[in-house]
Design a protein around this ligand. Structure first.
Ligand code: AMP
Length: 220
């Protein structure tokens, strides 16, 4: 088993990049944000508890995160390539991940630190729209759907995430900076961190990441 981590502020493009690495290189996308939204939708007790924190843009307590990640990972076999998106966000979560990987004899190959200026992040998040049916992402200006509010791929309804409003976004960015600076230092010291400028076109960003992972840009 091997693992990579996509570390970066909300709006750095982690979801889009993850989708490209999934389809192009077979990495399994493990997104704690997606798992929490799923838990809220299904009305599970952890979902209900997490909802309060997420609406404010605060971090969900480590105990909830650790338990949903442990559940998710128990099913993977030893040759899986895992890609963590939005996890870990705290040193405690990083310790848990490190322990779990070493128990499975897995290596943490790379931590990509996807970085972009705050004003770009805010404008990306405010304009983000997501298809309720198939999950494809749009942006009202940068990647608009052909018909306002309707997904080009499946005809589903587009919605704006509850935490993609400007006030919540500012709090999410502050929380992110406070919590992740220690993680960046930790992974830098471990020699696995690679800083990637994610204000660029996503094709360039993904291309650089694939080169770093030794994956062919054309055939995976
Ligand atoms: P994301 O989809 O990664 O932007 O996450 C959306 C929200 O889910 C965050 O603002 C947090 O409230 C919560 N969340 C997601 N992943 C984590 C995590 N690893 N630790 C704590 N909270 C998280």
């Amino acid at each position: 088993m091997k693992a990579i981590i996509l570390l970066g502020p909300p709006g750095a493009g982690k979801g889009t990049i993850a989708e490209r690495l999934r389809s192009g290189a077979g990495y399994i996308h493990v997104s704690t944000g997606d798992m929490l939204r799923e838990a809220i939708k299904s009305g599970t007790p952890s979902g209900m508890e997490a909802d309060v924190f997420m609406k404010r843009g605060d971090l969900v307590p480590d105990s909830i995160i650790i338990s949903i990640v442990e559940d998710r990972l128990s099913g993977f076999d030893s040759d899986a390539s895992l890609m963590f998106d939005g996890f870990p966000r705290t040193l405690k979560q990083a310790d848990m991940l490190g322990g779990m990987l070493s128990r499975k004899g897995a290596v943490l190959k790379r931590v990509f630190f996807l970085d972009a200026p705050d004003d770009l992040l805010v404008s990306r998040l405010c304009g983000r729209r997501i298809c309720r049916s198939c999950g494809v992402n749009y942006h009202v200006r940068n990647v608009p759907p052909k018909k306002t509010g309707i997904c080009d791929v499946c005809g589903g309804e587009l919605y704006q995430r509850a935490d993609d409003h400007e006030d919540t976004i500012k709090n999410r960015l502050e929380v992110y900076k406070r919590q992740t600076s220690d993680l960046i230092k930790r992974y830098e010291a471990d020699g696995v961190l690679l800083r990637v400028d994610s204000s660029r076109d996503v094709n360039e960003v993904v291309g650089d990441m694939m080169d770093d992972l030794g994956i062919c840009r054309c055939c995976g």
